[in-house]
Design a protein around this ligand. Structure first.
Ligand code: ADP
Ligand code: MN
Ligand code: MN
Ligand code: MN
Length: 336
């Protein structure tokens, strides 16, 4: 008999920002298949997902991949259900309306490697600051790069797990990094971003570091915040064929700014200031190649006969990709 270790991962019920939780289940003679992952339960009263008197919540497996760091290990992303098997109110995945996986998403996940003893990004000297922003974005060299070995180790873990990472880069602030994950299907993109976040958080535990997902961890100092740009397309956008059609899609976002911002991450007002390659949170704008716009029309799309994808630049690094995708889908579906 062989024993496998299944790490069940879920999102807790904390507001306004949910965090990752996980626990290990030992299974005999496991096939490695999602359909053979048993449903499981947990104490929802410890995660703000239930009252103590009726505390069981259910974990329904939705995505599985090998755990590259654990012998006989698997990572099992799950969604949280109430005891009666209905979707828990914290379950953003269940709000995605993308039955046929027509929506493709590429999320650009930015984050800071965070030194918990100085409470500063990795690379920030205690009590002071490194040189101003400029040399860090895609930077090279010991004076510009902080934590490349960790970034690369995370990339290897993601690839070994089979996540569809498309790239990584050093970001504008010191100690700030990005990875991109693309999937055909909104739920799959969300699953893979969450598992990618999990692998990153778990990796840095062993270095005594943390990941800071806050959109503006350095407050109003002259340092970039972190986003999670959402690149998206559906058949309509991929085959639009005219500037007018692409702009019609962009315009659909104008009257629902508040609904989008509501799920684009807590404290995003601190980041969307109009500075540091962002649009102000109260504005709505779009434009070709415009990194100061709410929605950027990539030059690829304009040059590809106005067919391709769009980039919503507003989602913050701490946003839930499930909820971001669900909201974008809802808006795009109003256009035909
Ligand atoms: P940026 O120039 O904004 O830093 P990146 O290269 O970091 O861009 O990210 C672009 C993302 O757009 C990638 O994740 C890529 O997979 C995604 N993307 C490309 N084409 C499409 C498409 N047709 N639909 C959705 N996402 C796409
Ligand atoms: Mn990017
Ligand atoms: Mn970036
Ligand atoms: Mn981007």
């Amino acid at each position: 008999m062989s024993k496998s270790k299944l790490e069940y991962i879920w999102l807790d019920g904390y507001k306004p920002t949910q965090s990752l939780r996980s626990k290990t289940k030992i299974v005999d003679d496991f096939s490695g298949k999602l359909e053979d992952c048993p449903e499981w339960s947990f104490d929802g009263s410890s995660t703000e997902q239930a009252e103590g008197g009726s505390s069981d919540c259910l974990l329904k497996p939705v995505f599985i991949c090998p755990d590259p760091a654990v012998t006989n290990g698997y990572l099992v992303m799950t969604e949280v259900l109430n005891a009666d098997s209905t979707a828990h109110e914290s379950n953003g995945r269940a709000t995605i309306d993308d039955e046929d996986d027509d929506f493709w998403f590429g999320f650009e996940q930015e984050y800071f490697l965070w030194d918990t003893t100085t409470n500063r990004p990795l690379g920030f000297p205690e009590g002071g600051f490194p040189a101003p922003q400029g040399p860090y974005y895609c930077g090279v060299g010991g004076q510009n790069v902080f934590g490349r070995d960790i970034k690369d180790e995370h990339l290897d873990l993601c690839l070994e797990a089979g996540l569809n990472v498309e790239g990584t880069n050093g970001e504008v602030a010191a100690g700030q990094w990005e990875f991109q994950i693309f999937a055909k299907g909104a739920a799959s993109a969300g699953d893979q971003i969450w598992v990618g976040r999990y692998l990153l958080e778990r990796l840095v535990e062993k270095y005594g570091l943390a990941i800071n997902w806050h959109p503006k961890p350095l407050g109003d100092l002259d340092w970039n915040g972190s986003g999670m740009h959402a690149n998206f397309s559906n058949t309509l956008i991929r085959t639009a064929g005219s500037q007018a059609k692409i702009e019609e899609v962009c315009e659909a976002f104008r009257s629902v700014v508040d609904e989008h911002i509501a799920v684009y991450g807590a404290d995003n007002d601190q980041r969307l200031t109009g500075q540091h390659e962002t649009a102000a949170i109260t504005d709505f704008s779009y434009g070709v190649s415009d990194r100061g716009a709410s929605i950027r029309i990539p030059v690829y799309t304009a040059n590809n006969g106005w067919s391709g994808y769009l980039e919503d630049r507003r989602p913050a690094s701490n946003a839930d990709p499930y909820k971001v995708a669900a909201r974008i889908i809802k808006t795009v579906k109003t256009v035909s």
